[in-house]
Design a binder for this molecule. Structure first.
Ligand code: ZN
Length: 214
């Protein structure tokens, strides 16, 4: 998903804090269960002021399209915890998703049995999928991020018995905007895995990578 310009400004502020306080975090990139840092949005607050239960049947893959240097997984988790990612267009009033991945870490913001607001407003994507955002901050390795995301997806497939065909790009879900009922169609997300706005050879290569880790 693309974050509004105002949020980019908040990232600029955050990046200073992060570069002073973060040594990159610790994570393991080997073994079947990837290291996940839990940084849940507090229950009853921000994007969890209201919760809806979910049985995860799909995994939706996104990329942040946030290219600020400090916009890593930890920064996104903090924004979600603080309720900084507001939306006037969905019924929740916030954007929320489950996991954010960068080249060295995975942060979890929502329990996997709660619905997020990352895919298609009140549609099936939000009602039934775990949302994973891949970071695109400057200096972040896309290759390492993709690899970590594939490991996470494979781990979640095993844990929730989700078939490979239900690992989908955000593009899969048709977006009918909650606020005015407008049909926004299919989003080109994650843009760097789409071919002319649709799943093609790059998406299939990603799925093969997930399969290898499964
Ligand atoms: Zn997206």
């Amino acid at each position: 998903m693309r974050l509004p310009l105002l949020l980019l400004l908040s990232f600029l502020g955050l990046s200073i804090v992060i570069s002073c306080s973060s040594s990159g975090g610790s994570s393991s990139s080997s073994g079947p269960a990837p290291h996940i840092t839990k940084a849940l949005i507090p229950k009853g607050q921000a994007g969890r002021w209201r919760t809806r239960s979910m049985r995860p049947r799909y995994i939706t893959i996104h990329s942040t399209q946030n290219f600020s240097r400090g916009a890593d997984a930890r920064a996104h988790a903090r924004l979600l915890q603080r309720g900084s990612l507001k939306s006037t267009k969905n019924s929740l009033g916030y954007l929320t998703w489950h996991f954010t991945v960068d080249d060295s870490s995975i942060y979890q913001s929502l329990p996997t049995n709660e619905q997020g607001q990352h895919a298609d407003y009140e549609g099936r994507g939000n009602r039934s999928s775990i949302g994973i955002e891949m970071c695109e901050n400057r200096g972040n390795s896309r290759e390492a991020t993709l690899d970590r995301t594939a490991r996470l997806a494979a781990h979640l497939m095993r844990k929730y018995n989700i078939p490979l065909r239900n690992i989908v790009p955000h593009q899969h879900w048709r977006r009918i905007r909650h606020a005015d009922g407008r049909d926004l169609g299919h989003k080109n997300c994650p843009h760097f895995l789409m071919t002319n706005g649709k799943p093609g050879v790059k998406w299939n290569a990603f799925l093969q990578r997930v399969k290898r880790y499964f």
